[in-house]
Design a protein around this ligand. Sequence first.
Ligand code: A2P
Length: 272
Amino acid sequence: MNTITLNNGVTMPQLGFGVWQVADDEAESAVATALSAGYRSIDTAKLYHNEAGVGRAVRESGIARDELFITTKLWNDEHGYDSALRAFDASMERLGLDVLDLYLIHWPAPAQDKYVETWKALEKLYADGRVRAIGVSNFTVQTLDRLLDKADVVPAVNQIELHPQLAQDALRAYDSAHGIATEAWSPLGQGKGLLDEPVLTRIAAKHDRTPAQVVLRWHIQLGNVVIPKSVTPERIRQNIDVFDFQLDPADMTEIASMDAGRRLGPDPATFG
Ligand code: A2P
């Protein structure tokens, strides 16, 4: 498994397991399957209502805690200094963990205008050693500019919607110029539709792989952290099996040509 080193020296697996839209009981079995397939990074959130199921799977796996990398996120109604500190405690209680690996502000929710004070609470949790790295999700150049202006700690990660039809070149370049790792959510473009695109089926056939594996390999070669979601055991195993082949420069260029600025989720400039 490839790892990337975050701006504070902490290492993070480049490929992890996402559990958005997975019910709590289903999350437990999906995470158990993922851990036995070799995943060591799990990405959840308060909003997903499955932190407890993730925590159960992690504890029952018997895998040493320091071999695992667990991420969760603070929801939009938890912004604010004191409420962020309380939100963290509640998430940790549900997860059943003492120390978290990565805590993210889920959305900047600029209309609330509380992400800077929320960030101050995350800096406090980080200083107190309750979380090994802190970051943001769905931040834009504009909200990052404002955050960086006020921050003592530069976010380690910006987790954003990113797939071949929304390649986010400008935001990836901004993140990278500021030492922020870019993590892709909905890295497979939520599956159907994107994975049937002829460009991807053709490249997949050429490498004797699936379109999903081609897309995940594209992310890995771009340097993105990637967290594909699946509840299907065969796909869970397939999605981590992307470290023994290479896309060539022509494949990368062809996939880059699919970028259409096509957002599947909400617009971070207005959401929340
Ligand atoms: P399922 O969970 O039913 O297996 P994303 O991570 O971009 O949000 O995509 C998740 C969606 O893609 C889910 O609907 C998931 O279906 C589907 N998916 C995940 N892995 C694969 C795969 N290897 N091949 C086809 N579809 C997949």
